[in-house]
Design a protein around this ligand. Structure first.
Ligand SMILES: CC(C)(COP(=O)(O)OP(=O)(O)OC[C@H]1O[C@@H](n2cnc3c(N)ncnc32)[C@H](O)[C@@H]1OP(=O)(O)O)[C@@H](O)C(=O)NCCC(=O)NCCS
Length: 330
């Protein structure tokens, strides 16, 4: 449908049952509930069990999104799984496995890696292919098992992240509602501020890389913090301007759920009071590419988003990457 607008017609989420509290982390590393909560706002996070993987979480979230939209898997044209903790190291893509499990036999499928900004990038790709008339129905899933990439003896990272998946179904529809704008950005000069040193072509897996715990996330927390509090609001402002709106028009701001201090700082920079901000990082920690679609799903299910509302999303993460999007809810 040429000239149509991509609108979100379905949403879903999947979270492991296992809850890991700050009190439990106190027994694993030298930390405290007070330190974690005062620095990040996190109280607990979900951790995948032995039979849960990025693929199983993604399939469940995707299935829910299709059900919510009342759309058959056969009608899906494209599946994008946004993740940096895929089911396999190289191939097949998690998206291809999801395509098969859902029975979406007409769909193309690929993984997209823009770290914690991945879901915004996925939305932008879905919007682009729908607006170009190439696809009608695109399933965008953010799914991560961060727990498999964490060094559980490194207190500076293991307390921050959690596992989960969120999905949205995008379909072409009338101009009156849908994705109004998307902004994407990257600065690769900060690549090593947040990264997994080994397992790629620079440092393939070896005995030394495993012994050196190089397959786990490494982070310069202070530098990432400084980047986050400028990049996320800047992208959000640009997305709102590109949509031809102003910040007063925004009914709900759904930021990447990394840390309440970063969220509060972004909201203050944007002039948004906390009543207009959705926060669930206290319950799930930072689920990377899954954080925004999980939050979006909870916001819809709890009635925080209604017809006609203007919703602002913004994310940031490894790469470095950032992105923001504005949606007119249908
Ligand atoms: C990680 C972060 C919470 C740390 O907060 P901070 O205010 O910079 O930390 P502080 O300077 O107050 O404290 C650092 C001290 O706490 C210690 N510390 C680190 N993790 C700790 C933990 N889990 N428990 C207790 N102490 C900890 C450090 O060793 C350091 O100790 P030192 O001063 O003796 O060397 C903060 O930098 C941050 O949020 N960064 C962004 C992270 C992020 O969002 N990443 C994902 C992006 S998608």
């Amino acid at each position: 449908m040429l000239g149509s607008r991509a609108r979100i017609s379905g949403w879903g989420k999947s979270l492991p049952e296992r809850v890991l509290t700050n009190a439990e982390l106190e027994k694993m590393v030298e930390t405290s509930d007070d330190w974690i909560h005062s620095r990040t706002g996190i109280r607990e996070r979900r951790i995948a069990g032995p039979n849960e993987t990025t693929f199983t979480l993604a399939v469940e979230a995707g299935r829910q999104a299709l059900r919510a939209a009342g759309t058959a898997a056969l009608d899906v044209d494209l599946i994008i799984v946004c993740t940096f903790s895929p089911e396999f190291g190289g191939m097949p893509s998690t998206a291809s496995l999801v395509q098969h499990a859902l029975g979406a036999t007409r769909a193309g499928a690929f993984d997209l890696n823009a770290a914690c900004s991945g879901f915004i990038y996925g939305l932008a790709m879905a919007q682009a292919t729908i607006n170009a008339g190439m696809n009608d129905t695109v399933l965008v899933i953010g799914a991560e098992t961060m727990s498999r990439l964490l060094d559980w003896s490194d207190r500076s990272t293991c307390v921050l992240f959690g596992d989960g998946a969120g999905a949205t179904l995008l379909q072409s529809g009338p101009e009156s509602a849908g994705l109004l704008s998307c902004v994407l950005g990257s600065d690769g000069s900060g690549g090593e501020l947040l990264y997994v040193p080994a397992g790629g072509s620079r440092h393939p897996a070896s005995l030394q890389s495993v012994e050196g715990a190089q397959h786990f996330i490494r982070m310069n927390g202070k530098e990432v913090y400084k980047f986050a509090i400028t990049a996320a609001p800047r992208a959000a402002l640009e997305a709102v301007a590109r949509a031809g709106l102003s910040m007063e028009d925004v009914d709900l701001f759904i930021p990447h759920q990394a840390n309440t201090r970063i969220i509060h700082s972004a909201a203050a920079s944007l002039g948004l009071t906390l009543e207009r901000v959705f926060i669930n990082v206290d319950r799930y920690g930072n689920t990377s590419a899954a954080s925004i679609p999980i939050a979006l799903c909870e916001a819809v299910e709890s009635g925080r988003i209604g017809p006609g509302d203007t919703v602002l999303l913004s994310g940031f993460g490894g790469g470095l990457t950032w992105g923001a999007a504005v949606i007119q809810w249908g």
